[in-house]
Design a protein around this ligand. Structure first.
Ligand code: PLP
Length: 428
């Protein structure tokens, strides 16, 4: 078998990238259920410590995971990737790979509630400060938030649940003018609908728990290295350009070139934190990835039909879906996500929190779940669930009000989805 052509289209990569069967070998990615790998000589192991081209120990590398990592890197157009045991772990490690106590990061305020907590509360306890910026602020205002100790800018392609579209090019330009990289959480868009590296992002992360897995089977995350950032030229990242004493004095940029970031993340952080997925989880994630292009197309179609229907209802104050022509982020969506945004819609129901609860409890097909981007239609009331820990002020900054409901439109027949929403609205 020939390895997947790097110029193949996304649908082809979803099926063929990352794993090339040997002559007579298994046709699908095998589950390598082993913590360890055997070697014939001490010299071989020493070589692997110098250049980790093959798995040595499953706390930070495994052949099944490796195949999936290569597939996702190919989809995003990156030079390498590393799976993590959750999306939260991906966010955490993507930042810790660049920051130490005493550093700061700049993040837009419209991001996932779990990330708001991680950056605003937990990282602060470890001495890393997060400076929040309005995604619509002008370049000068955003630049003012960047201090000499700022190591990165962070944003989300389509914010969960605010559904604002991130101006990747604007933020990449600001980050690069300050010699720091841009990290983009691309969970909702998936590489099928947006590839942030093409717009200047340097590092892309995902909660693979969502559309990538697609079937609500297991939590996971991934960090993709675009290989685009010049750590040497920047001068702000001595951890990349000076010897790592914890790794026999390796200088990551010298040894690993364009893959410095992702190899450092694995050989330093994953080695020490060990939040690596099991082979079986990677195998299931791979199944999800195989059908991702077909599913994303249908999610977008179904969500658009739901958005249009809800827009007509006099019980709904507003419908937020960037594909709608009158959405404030429609132009941005056309630029970054020309083939559709995702299957998630936010609605604000008239009558606030109380009406929201009545509507949700009346649903029969759609279920109430602390999940999103499931294959089945599900709904969530962010103010009383995922974003419960945020203050009123933070809720407002994240674009969330009491009547806000997040609808994750699934792949059931659209007529059944619409009928269910309609009957629940009638009961409000
Ligand atoms: C869910 C989510 C996360 C966190 O991922 P987990 O897999 O739940 O840890 C991060 N970012 C976004 C945009 C998400 O939707």
């Amino acid at each position: 078998m020939q390895p997947c052509n790097p110029n193949a289209k996304l649908e082809t990569k979803c099926l063929h990238a990352g794993y090339t069967p040997k002559n007579g070998g298994p046709g699908t990615v095998p589950i390598v259920q082993s913590t360890t790998y055997r070697f014939d000589s001490t010299e071989k192991v020493a070589e692997l410590f110098d250049m980790p081209t093959e798995p040595m120990y499953s706390r930070f590398a495994n052949p099944t995971c490796d195949a999936v990592e290569q597939k996702i890197a190919a989809l995003e157009g990156g030079v390498g990737a590393m799976l993590t045991s959750s999306g939260q772990a991906a966010s955490l490690l993507s930042v810790l790979n660049l920051c130490s106590a005493g550093d700061s990061i700049v993040s837009v305020s419209t991001i996932y509630g779990g990330t708001v907590n991680l950056f605003g509360v937990t990282l602060k306890r470890f001495g890393i400060e997060c400076i929040w910026v309005d995604p619509l602020a002008d370049e000068e205002t955003i630049s003012q938030a960047i201090k000499p100790n700022t190591k990165l800018i962070f944003g989300e392609t389509i914010a969960n649940p605010a559904l604002t579209v991130f101006d990747i090019e604007k933020f990449a330009k600001i980050a690069h003018a300050h010699q720091i990289p841009l990290i983009v959480d691309n969970t909702f868009a998936t590489p099928i609908l947006c590839r942030p590296i093409e717009f200047g992002a340097d590092i892309v992360i995902h909660s693979t728990t969502k559309y990538m897995d697609g079937h609500a089977l297991q939590c996971g995350g991934v960090i993709v290295d675009g290989g685009t950032f010049d750590w040497e030229k920047s001068g702000k990242f001595p951890d990349f350009t000076e010897p790592d004493e914890s790794y026999h004095g390796v200088v990551y940029t010298r040894e690993f070139g364009k893959m410095a970031y992702i190899i450092k993340a694995r050989m330093q952080l994953m080695r020490d934190f060990g939040c690596y997925p099991a082979a079986h989880s990677a195998f299931l994630l791979n199944l999800g990835l195989e059908t991702l292009p077909v599913r994303m197309k249908q999610y977008c179609e179904n969500a658009m039909a739901v958005a249009k229907m809800l827009k007509q209802s006099d019980k709904i104050a507003s419908v937020t879906y960037p594909n709608l022509p009158d959405d404030p982020y429609h132009e941005m969506a056309k630029k970054y996500l020309p083939n559709g945004t995702c299957g998630v819609i936010s609605i604000s129901i008239k009558g606030g929190r109380e009406a929201a609860v009545r509507f949700m409890d009346a649903l029969q097909l759609a279920s109430i779940e602390v999940h999103v981007a499931d294959i089945r239609t599900c709904v969530l009331h962010p103010a009383s669930a995922t974003h419960r820990q945020l203050t009123e002020e933070q809720l407002k900054a994240a674009g969330i009000d009491g009547g806000l409901i997040r609808i994750s439109v699934g792949l059931e027949n659209i007529e059944d989805i619409l009928a269910d929403l309609q009957q629940a609205l009638e009961r409000v």
